[in-house]
Design a protein around this ligand. Structure first.
Ligand code: THU
Length: 157
């Protein structure tokens, strides 16, 4: 038997002004994307912004439906739209922000498992690390790659 350990790494910032300029721009875009949230059932607004390898930013927000499973998280709305509309561009970064009543949640919102798996797929498709920026009103977490949010990613097929 061999004991193994997986470590993840991320950086915490106090506010957007402390981020690198490109990360700051993407974090702000995710916060702006909250306005596109349609969440009549949970009242929980999530915005996501992805950066493509040519610098373009694509935004998405959570969309809910009376048939609950038919809705979609902000991250997947943005990622699917980015891949569908710019299929030849790698997605190099994603920022996610959550809020209620127009106010950012103080702590970063961490993506659900399904969104992590989809991020992993587009990181694989792009062939380069996708950084993940989780934006809270009082704390921001930056991960250099999706692996740090989803160790032992399923990519075996
Ligand atoms: N939601 C997201 O948009 N992203 C996540 O990673 C987790 C949850 C949305 C789905 C639903 O509209 C609302 O937040 C409450 O779960």
């Amino acid at each position: 038997m061999t004991s193994k350990e997986i470590k993840i790494a991320y950086r915490e910032y106090g506010n957007m002004d402390q981020l690198e300029p490109l990360d700051r721009e993407l974090a702000q875009a995710a916060a702006d994307a909250l306005s596109g949230s349609y969440a009549p059932y949970s009242q929980f607004n999530v915005g996501a912004a992805v950066r493509l390898d040519d610098g373009e930013i694509v935004k998405g927000a959570n969309q809910e439906n009376a048939a609950y499973p038919s809705g979609l998280c902000a991250e997947r709305t943005a990622l699917f739209y980015a891949s569908a509309s710019r299929p030849d561009k790698a997605i190099v970064s994603i920022a996610i922000a959550a809020g209620q009543n127009g106010i950012l949640c103080p702590a970063p919102a961490t993506p659900c498992g399904a969104c992590r798996q989809v991020m992993a797929q587009y990181q694989l498709k792009g062939g380069r690390p996708m950084s993940v920026i989780l934006v809270g009103g009082e704390r921001i977490w930056v991960f250099d790659k999706v692996d740090d949010l989803l160790p032992l990613i399923f990519d075996s097929i």
